[in-house]
Design a protein around this ligand. Structure first.
Ligand SMILES: CCCCCCCCCCC/C=C/C(=O)SCCNC(=O)CCNC(=O)[C@H](O)C(C)(C)COP(=O)(O)OP(=O)(O)OC[C@H]1O[C@@H](n2cnc3c(N)ncnc32)[C@H](O)[C@@H]1OP(=O)(O)O
Length: 303
């Protein structure tokens, strides 16, 4: 984690100066940005590109971990740190999450981080997955997922953990928690996030079958909020964010926390037990065999 912090995340500013915020409403005072020019880094190893427009208060986090934005340990760490930095930056009021990879929002957790590794690695990996979700689901600022491609499992979790989901209306894309198709199980907090999004009955069917939804079916069940032509996704997300920004921050923030805190607290109260469960589950021979088979099928393009 420290290594990633030192390497930094690529921040590019545009619009007005990064130093003084121009567009802060509702009692937000102009402030020295935490992204001073000396903090900007154009490291090419960066897996997430962040553009913050301090004149509007809108940041765009673009996933760029080719080929499919799978969330490995480094990606997850960068993601959590990037969110944290933006949360601390008073010139930022909302974050749009999207992908720089064509056709894929995120392929979910990196299966290679869950296959053939040591218990210590599994433990570190799972803690990073928890960190990411805890930060995003409990995020004080507005988050909009601009889902410009397929979004299985962990990708769907990231989408559901956002405040609003806009998906590209491309019938080839899919979104859902497909864990059972891999022979694994979505943990309780993935399940809770889905129940909170689409309700209990739909989650029962989704999780047991590992259902992946087309954009129109995802809209029908409320897994996404809006479909737009692919080329309009970022402009729609920005326009939508502007509407969210009209709401006084403190009132929106308290409302969000009232709805989400009990779910966040459930994991906070059992983080170590959840990690222990993950490690013992994932290290089982039968589970490793399932993941190995799934990886082979992926490589043979049979998934
Ligand atoms: C008692 C209960 C206890 C519970 C404890 C918890 C249990 C564990 C919980 C774990 C939760 C897991 C969450 C996850 O997110 S698992 C990941 C699920 N993701 C998927 O199934 C996606 C698989 N990928 C695809 O469907 C396609 O790749 C995709 C549609 C995303 C893109 O298709 P496309 O045709 O464009 O690209 P390719 O398929 O050719 O893929 C390109 C290369 O990328 C590799 N790949 C794809 N996805 C992943 C991934 N998730 N992780 C690692 N690698 C991935 C793929 O193999 C290709 O590699 P090669 O080029 O080398 O062949």
């Amino acid at each position: 984690m420290a290594a990633v912090l030192r390497r930094g995340i690529k921040f590019i500013s545009f619009g007005s100066s990064q130093v003084f915020s121009g567009g802060c409403k509702h009692g937000k005072t102009s402030t020295l940005s935490s992204f001073s020019s000396s903090n900007r880094n154009s490291s090419s190893s960066s897996k997430i590109k962040v553009d913050l427009d301090s004149s509007t208060g809108i940041a765009v986090m673009k996933f760029q971990n080719p080929p499919v934005n799978s969330m490995n340990l480094e990606f997850l760490t960068e993601f959590s740190i990037g969110l944290e930095k933006l949360e601390l930056d008073k010139s930022c009021r909302g974050v749009i999450l999207t992908s720089a990879q064509p056709k894929i929002f995120s392929a979910g957790l990196d299966i290679l981080d869950m296959y053939g590794k040591t218990p210590e690695h599994y433990e570190e990996f799972w803690r990073a997955v928890q960190d990411m979700w805890l930060k995003l689901y409990g995020y004080s600022k507005i988050t909009i997922a601009a889902i410009n491609g397929s979004s299985p499992a962990g990708g769907c979790l990231v989408s559901m953990a956002s405040d609003y989901r806009i998906m590209a209306d491309n019938p080839r894309y899919r979104i859902g928690l497909n864990e059972t198709q891999l022979g694994i199980v979505a943990p309780f907090w993935f399940k809770d996030t889905m129940v909170n999004t689409v309700g209990h009955r739909t989650t029962e069917l989704s999780l047991q079958f590992g259902l992946m939804y087309s954009p129109s079916d995802a809209l029908k069940i409320g897994l996404v909020d809006q479909l737009v032509p692919e080329e309009n996704i970022l402009s729609t997300a920005t326009e939508t964010m502007t509407k969210w920004l009209d709401i006084p921050d403190h009132a929106r923030e308290i409302s969000k926390s009232m709805l989400r805190k009990p779910t966040v607290d459930r994991l906070l109260a059992s983080r170590d037990a959840d990690i222990k469960n993950f490690v013992s589950f994932i290290a089982k021979d039968s589970i490793q065999k399932s993941l190995g088979l799934y990886l082979t099928m992926l490589k043979q393009r049979k998934v």
